[in-house]
Design a protein around this ligand. Structure first.
Ligand code: FAD
Length: 466
């Protein structure tokens, strides 16, 4: 048979989970082989976080230009050159991919290009361009990520029925875009395309958008979406489609009534599924749950002590920073350190307009834990900096334990929420109180004042709000 190379640590998948685990394991003195079948950086860097935020940035810039006349700045209306936009996005992705490659090299990680699968509980095979390669490992980390879930009746064709991956690669702006699925990916991309000039209709099966997100925050985003012309169809089910003369006709069922919505392209964003089916996990003695996720313990260990799983293939939110944190913990556990996951204050961000961000407990979660809570809320509409930025829509809410004032959670919709949540996460991690937040002098005029003010409201000492 073929000779297997002996390695200490094998990592399957080079996304934000796998490459971070590889670097941390190498820092801790492990000999690491990282196997990636496509590109270093994974979904996040190539077809997820970075390209979507690049598109959103371009769309926001178009909006700024369009509104510049209000500021006394006269320009011509922006004209979109989509191939140029794609080239700019690509150069960003390329630069960041180079960075990941360099970091891995500097840490002495061997990168192997190929698709890996298990042969046994201590051996993997890798299908490379040169043929099969075999590795016997002491410990393995599986970080194979996730892929878009298809909707029955709407198989992806890459042309007119698009996944998020396809949508991010469009070189022509669709005149009319139908988005199926009102989760965060659908809303982020739908918003960006609408701002770039597509006529967007969004179909969501449930009664609200962004299921699982605080409805008062969602309401702020919903109003804004409608203000720039997005048509929202909720409690609406996309059932089937036909393609005629290059147009897609989609049958949508709303309250028992069928209607047809026509568009140039349909973007299906109805969820993602973990990439665990092609790994021959049963040969390593591992079984996935009914949705394909690998169960893990607090260090990321699977049922096999020597095999870890991290990122989108494990339970919890599918987020890049969650994958990276799990990667660090798995690498430390492999090196014998006592690191443990603590995701109680994992920040979640939705890059809609305005952004929604959240860390720690919601009021309902705190109450369910039997805690006595107090809360304070401050609107962006009376924050000077937000008004300067034409971004007064939104609110920041701070939740604390009444007696001690210890901050339990922060939830906001507003400009730069993704940045502001960093301070909130630090406060919660450090056990800060409402006083710590509002006694700390925050710079003026800045968006960060809303966090201070919301804490002051909760403590009854607000200056700018009754
Ligand atoms: P991935 O990034 O999916 O990486 C897995 C890697 O494993 C891939 O490169 C794949 O090629 C490789 N692989 C798979 N199978 C094999 C195999 N058998 N052998 C070898 N290699 C293999 N998250 C955020 O935190 N913020 C955001 O703003 C954000 N925006 C997003 C926008 C979109 C449109 C999408 C789709 C996702 C977004 N996400 C965002 C989610 C984020 O991309 C994922 O949570 C993150 O990439 C998960 O990291 P991972 O390492 O688990 O897997």
């Amino acid at each position: 048979g073929d000779i297997a190379q002996e390695v200490q640590v094998v990592i399957i998948g080079g996304g934000p989970g796998g490459y971070v685990a590889a670097i941390r394991a190498a820092q801790l003195g492990q000999e690491v082989v990282l196997i990636e079948k496509e590109e270093l950086g994974g979904t996040c860097l190539h077809v997820g976080c970075i390209p979507s935020k690049a598109l959103i940035h371009a769309a926001n810039t178009a909006t700024v230009i369009t509104k510049a006349a209000e500021l006394g700045l006269f320009t011509t209306a922006p004209e979109l050159d989509m191939p140029k936009l794609q080239a700019w996005k690509h150069s960003l992705v390329h630069q960041l991919t180079d960075g990941v490659r360099t970091l891995l090299r500097q840490h002495g990680v061997s990168v192997v290009r190929g698709a890996a699968f298990f042969m046994s509980d201590d051996r993997i095979a890798v299908e490379t361009k040169r043929g099969m390669e075999y590795y016997r490992f002491e410990q393995a980390v599986i970080a194979t990520g996730s892929r878009p879930l298809a909707l029955p009746g709407f198989p992806f064709d890459g042309e007119q029925i698009l996944s998020s991956t396809d949508a991010l690669r469009l070189t022509e702006l669709p005149k009319e875009l139908l988005v199926i699925g009102g989760g965060y990916i659908g809303l982020e991309l739908g918003t960006a395309f609408a701002k770039l000039g597509s006529r967007v209709t969004l179909v969501e099966q449930s009664a609200g958008l962004l299921p699982g997100t605080d409805p008062t925050l969602v309401e702020i985003v919903k109003k804004k979406l409608q203000s720039f012309g997005v048509t929202l169809l909720t409690e609406a089910e996309a059932r089937a489609h036909t393609i005629q003369n290059g147009r897609v006709h989609v049958t949508v069922c709303i309250g028992g009534q069928e209607q047809t919505v026509t568009a140039d392209k349909v973007l299906v964003t109805v969820g993602r599924r973990p990439n665990t089916a092609a790994l021959d996990l049963e040969r390593a003695g591992l079984t996935v749950d009914e949705k394909g996720y690998l169960p893990t313990d607090g260090q990321g260990r699977t049922a096999n002590r020597n095999i870890f799983a991290i990122g989108d293939i494990t339970h919890g939110p599918m987020l890049a920073h969650k994958a990276s944190k799990e990667g660090i913990i798995a690498a430390e556990a492999i090196a014998g350190l006592p690191s443990q996951k603590d995701m109680a204050c994992l920040p979640t961000v939705i890059f809609t307009d305005p952004e929604i961000a959240s860390a720690g407990l919601t009021e309902a979660e705190a109450l369910a834990q039997g805690l006595d809570v107090t809360s304070g809320q401050f609107p962006f509409a009376i924050n000077g900096r937000a008004l300067i930025k034409d971004a007064g829509d939104g609110v920041c809410r701070v939740i604390a334990e009444r007696e001690s004032g210890v901050v339990l959670g922060v939830h906001l919709a507003g400009p730069e929420a993704s940045t502001l949540i960093g301070e909130a996460a630090l406060a919660i991690e450090m056990g800060a109180t409402l006083e710590d937040l509002h006694l700390t002098v925050h710079p003026h005029p800045s968006l960060s004042e809303v966090l201070m003010e919301a804490a002051a409201v909760a403590d009854g000492v607000a200056i700018h709000l009754l």
